[in-house]
Design a protein around this ligand. Structure first.
Ligand code: ARG
Length: 476
């Protein structure tokens, strides 16, 4: 068996490819060029070759166990597939003219082992083959995304730890609401990632059902041991119904949904950090390495990484919408529509694997600007503390809320901060208010008073960090 370097170096290879088809016996005329081009999926599914070779080797072993292949044939086919893998790794498939990745692998196998290659497809169809390849690819892709997700989670944790004692306004409706810790705000973006990780794992559980051995739609003509196949390929179990699994792309949709929601979370993080990095807020400063300049304005430092992260989520969301539209109303079993599934899934995974590392780096290297955070804290943010003080003294909270509202209004009319309203005027609203106003302490005091689990108090944030350290362990 000779190892070849690539079909592009072999002038006969193009001709051979044009002749190599997995079908055609019943056809009199060849395919029209336009139809063949439309039908051709190699440019998209080419990247499935490692999975296709792996699944083919497992199939060879299963055929041998079923007595369809002799031990020498099994060895020859496995060696041949190994050579095919080497050649493909060396670029043998670049610019190849084949219909799809399965045809490409089989053609190269013919070149390696001759007519014996024709036995590989015994009892197998491209329908169970492509479903198997794509699940194998999806499981690997999910692992790769998980690693990047954990990387981003750890970056947020690192910043959160550094930002434990930095105080800034917490916002609702885009309005300053109550003082919080900077670390706490970052943790609010870390928790969604733990749910994303759990969703990826959940999707992977269902993805780990094996289609191979299903034939085209009704099961295989060879009684292969599908449990053996599943074990060999790292699946948890064989799928239960051949017609279902050859047309089932739920696994791709589930992975895409997990990615779309992860992308949405990433866009929310990016959007919020863009606000904080803006000239007007200036709460954080991004590292030079994660900014770009303007071709016209020499002073500009643009936060492109977060803007692109916000934008890339649109792309992943549309990939999900595209796949669901593709699947809608398809009958059970394989339809050629399903050939279009890959572009959506590949694009979403590529987009996330491109974006997550950049966002992680930008988060890791951003610097908080404590003075700007502190400058945004005005004493009106302590209005709730006053109302709670009155409530602690027995005033029903609803009434306390109204009384402090009057104090806020008075301060506003007089152009004063809440704490600067003269005691006699505050006392006219409620006799306890002057002493409460005088007792308003530091931002930290206000934050620590809200010491319920899950809040922004030091103890709660420390407990959350501890739990998140556990959640963001790198997968082994
Ligand atoms: N290239 C095809 C796909 O990606 C492979 C399956 C083709 N099956 C068939 N019956 N023509 O879906």
């Amino acid at each position: 068996m000779t190892r070849r370097t690539g079909m592009e170096t072999d002038p006969k290879a193009g001709e051979a490819a044009a002749e190599h088809r997995l079908w055609g016996g019943r056809f009199v005329e060849g395919m029209e060029a336009a139809a063949a081009e439309l039908n051709r999926s190699l440019p998209v599914d080419y990247r499935l070759w490692p999975q296709d070779v792996r699944a083919s080797k497992a199939w060879v072993k299963a055929l041998a166990r079923a007595g369809v292949l002799q031990p020498e044939e099994e060895a020859q086919l496995c060696d041949g597939l190994e050579c095919v893998a080497q050649r493909l790794a060396d670029g043998a498939g670049v610019g190849a003219p084949d219909e799809d990745v399965h045809t490409l692998v089989e053609r190269l196998l013919y070149q390696e082992v001759g007519e014996l290659a024709g036995k590989l497809n015994t009892g197998r169809s491209r329908n169970d083959q492509v479903a198997t390849d794509l699940r194998l690819w999806g499981l690997e892709a999910s692992d790769a995304v998980e690693r990047e997700l954990v990387g981003l989670g750890r970056a947020l944790l690192g910043q959160a730890k550094r930002g434990l004692d930095l105080y800034l306004p917490g916002y609702t409706h885009g309005q300053r609401a109550q003082p919080v810790r900077w670390g706490y705000v970052l943790l609010a973006h870390a928790w969604p990632l733990t749910r994303d990780r759990a969703r990826l794992a959940d999707a992977a559980r269902r993805m780990a059902e094996l289609p191979l051995g299903s034939g085209a739609l009704a099961g295989s003509s060879v009684t292969v041991d599908r449990d053996f196949l599943a074990g060999t390929l790292g699946f948890d179990r064989p799928a239960s119904n051949a017609l279902d699994v050859t047309g089932d792309r739920d696994f791709a949709a589930e992975l895409l949904f997990a990615l779309a929601l992860l992308a949405t979370h990433m866009s929310r993080l990016a959007g919020e950090l863009l606000t904080y990095a803006s000239s007007e807020y200036g709460f954080i400063r991004l590292a030079d390495g994660y900014c770009t300049g303007s071709s016209l304005l020499p002073h500009k430092r643009n936060p492109d990484v977060f803007e692109l992260a916000r934008a890339k989520s649109a792309r992943v969301l549309s990939d999900l919408a595209g796949l669901l539209s593709l699947l809608k109303a398809l009958p059970a079993g394989y339809s050629k529509d399903l050939q279009e599934d890959k572009a959506f899934l590949f694009d979403a995974v590529d987009t996330m694997l491109l974006t997550l590392p950049a966002v992680r780096g930008a988060v890791e290297t951003l610097e908080p600007v404590p003075e700007r955070m502190a400058a945004a804290l005005d004493r009106d943010l302590l209005a709730t503390d006053l109302a709670e003080g009155l409530a602690a003294a027995g005033v029903p909270f609803r009434e306390a809320h109204g009384l402090v509202g009057r104090l806020v209004k008075l301060a506003e009319t007089r152009g004063l901060h809440l704490g600067d309203v003269p005691p006699d005027e505050a006392g006219a609203i409620h006799p306890l208010l002057p002493s409460l106003v005088a007792s308003l302490d530091s931002w930290e005091g206000s934050i620590e008073r809200r010491d319920s689990a899950g809040g922004s108090s030091g103890a709660s944030v420390a407990a959350q960090i501890l739990r998140l350290e556990g959640e963001f362990q790198m997968p082994s």
